[in-house]
Structures are given as structure tokens and as C-alpha cells.
Design a protein. Structure first.
Lengths: 250, 68
């Protein structure tokens, strides 16, 4: 089954933006490892992490093909709703100032301090610990990318466009990180999470509905309509939550 | 072992951050599923329950989080 343009465009863009966020977070840890030790354990750990992620994709792909389409759409749709609305909720609360924004420089400083403390305690095993930290960061952040790619492509024959979006984002972040050698703190992480949360929630509603047997009006184009609704509710929530704070400040 | 636990935690954390949000989403999906089963001629009603239920859950959850 192949996806329509209304499906491919949003799926590729969503995979790209989501992977951008995750790649920036993984890069911060890999850079911290490279700063405290050197690029060898950082690179080896990151490479091992990517290898495990590739194995997960290769192992999961054929398994998913055996699941009946409606069941797959329902399961993936529910997981997308849980995942996407979790991102959207956090992005709304951060935009409204209810919870603090994620700061890559703080994460970098914390990770560097922890690795230095480990180095002080156990110099002999530092290369191993540094590689492990890098491996863990790539694996854990990469799991989210793998889930998003598989979820956006499952049952729709869109593994290639969704993977292309994810790979392009990872290469872009790795390239920029390699050149600037600093955490990418100026990437508007919350705005990206807001956009990805909106898109994943829209996909989640669409696929959960299809899994339940709902024939959406406009077929794949309904995703765009759902995204507009989630975006409107997101913006309205931010405006509503900001209001009492502005009143309290004035 | 620690790595495996971290991976499992991360996997669960992908979908569940605020437990009440996850539970409410599942409740909306179940409600939409009941609609789809009981009124198969009105599948769009199940779709509307799903869509507006999710939007309502999101609104209620962020409002509650802000009050806390």
C-alpha cells in the first residue's frame, strides 16, 4: 500500500522535526563525553548505539507486516496519541511558562560534571564509562526516533520517506554539531516539540479511528484538519494559561 | 542490567509521563470503540467522540497541571 501526498508530506516533515529534537538531545551528551574524554569513546559509543537501533528496525519491520492492518492501525494510533499528546502537553505547559524550558547548556554542564566526577573516582575505566554514556544517549533518544518512523510508516508503505526525514535530521544535527563543537542550544526545541506533538496527535486520531473502522471524510486529508484543530487548541491553551500569570505580574 | 532497566523505563516513558493523561486518552479510545461497535451505521459519531474527546482531555489536563 502506498501513501498519498497528503500522508507522505506530513509524515516526512514530522519524522524530520521529531528527529531534529531527539538528535539535538543526543548530540549534547555525545559532545559532553567528547569534551571530558575525547572523540574516540564518544564516537564508538554513538556508533554502537546506531547499530543497535538499526537492528531494532530490521527486526521489527518484518514482524509488523504480519499484524492485520486494522489491528496495527489501532495499536499504532493509540501509541501515537499517547506519545504525541504527551509532547503537546509538555510544549503547551512550557510555552505558557508553567514548567521551565528544556536547556541544552544545562544538560551539557550536568553531563560534563557527572563524567568528570566518574573520572575522578575511576580513571582506569573512564573510556568504557564515556563510551557507555554516549551509547546510552544515542540508544535512548534514538528509540523515540525509531518509534516515530515505524509509527508513521506502518501499514502505509512509507518507511522510506519517514526514514529519509529522520536520517536527514540526524545528519544535519551531526554535521552542525561536528562543525560548531557546542550543544545546539539555539534550536527552538519547544516550538519543534509543539509542532511534532500536533502532527503526531493528528496522526494518532486518524489511525485510531481507521483501526476502529471509521471512514474519515476526505480520507488522508482529514489529518490536516485534525492538525489544525490540535494546533488551535494548543494555542488557545497557551493563551488561556498565560492570562492569570500576566494578571498576577501586573 | 542497569542499562536494560533504563531502556525499559525510557520505553514506558515514551508513552506515559502524566499517568492521568494516558488513562483519559485510553478511556476516550474505549468510549469511541464502544460507539463504533454499538452504532456501526454511525461510524463518524465514533470518530467525533475520538477527536473531540482527545481535544477535551488535552484542555482539561493542561488546565489542571497549571492549577497545581
Amino acid at each position: 500500500m502506498t501513501g498519498s501526498f497528503a500522508h507522505i508530506g506530513p509524515a516526512t516533515t514530522t519524522a524530520f522535526l521529531a528527529s531534529l529534537v531527539e538528535a539535538v538531545e543526543a548530540l549534547t551528551i555525545v559532545l559532553a563525553v567528547a569534551t571530558v574524554r575525547n572523540w574516540r569513546p564518544a564516537g564508538l559509543g554513538a556508533f554502537a548505539g546506531l547499530l543497535v537501533l538499526a537492528l531494532i528496525v530490521v527486526a521489527l519491520g518484518p514482524l509488523l507486516d504480519r499484524v492485520p492492518l486494522h489491528l496495527l492501525q489501532l495499536a499504532i494510533g493509540i501509541l501515537l496519541l499517547l506519545f504525541g499528546m504527551r509532547w503537546l502537553r509538555k510544549a503547551i505547559l512550557r510555552s505558557a511558562g508553567v514548567i521551565p524550558l528544556h536547556d541544552e547548556l544545562t544538560t551539557f554542564a550536568a553531563e560534563t560534571a557527572e563524567l568528570r566526577e566518574q573520572a575522578r573516582r575511576n580513571e582506569a575505566r573512564l573510556d568504557w564509562l564515556a563510551a557507555l554514556a554516549s551509547f546510552k544517549a544515542v540508544l535512548l533518544e534514538g528509540l523515540e526516533v525509531v518509534f516515530i518512523v515505524i509509527a508513521l510508516s506502518a501499514g502505509r508503505g512509507m518507511l522510506i520517506p519517514a526514514s529519509a526525514g529522520a536520517v536527514a535530521a540526524c545528519l544535519l544535527v551531526a554535521g552542525v554539531g561536528f562543525v560548531v563543537h557546542r550543544p545546539l542550544a539555539r534550536v527552538p526545541e519547544n516550538t519543534l516539540k509543539f509542532a511534532v506533538g500536533v502532527m503526531l496527535s493528528a496522526f494518532g486520531v486518524f489511525w485510531t479511528g481507521e483501526g476502529l473502522g471509521v471512514a474519515w471524510p476526505g480520507a488522508d486529508l482529514a489529518i490536516v484538519g485534525f492538525a489544525v484543530l490540535f494546533l488551535a487548541v494548543g494555542f488557545a491553551s497557551v493563551a488561556f494559561l498565560r492570562r492569570p500569570r500576566i494578571k498576577a505580574l501586573s | 542490567m542497569n542499562m536494560l532497566i533504563a531502556v525499559l523505563r525510557e520505553l514506558i516513558g515514551l508513552f506515559v509521563d502524566d499517568g492521568s493523561l494516558a488513562l483519559m486518552i485510553l478511556a476516550v479510545v474505549i468510549l469511541a470503540g464502544i460507539f463504533a461497535t454499538l452504532v456501526p451505521d454511525l461510524q463518524l459519531a465514533a470518530g467525533a467522540v475520538l477527536l473531540f474527546g482527545c481535544l477535551g482531555v488535552l484542555l482539561a489536563n493542561v488546565a489542571r497541571a497549571a492549577r497545581r
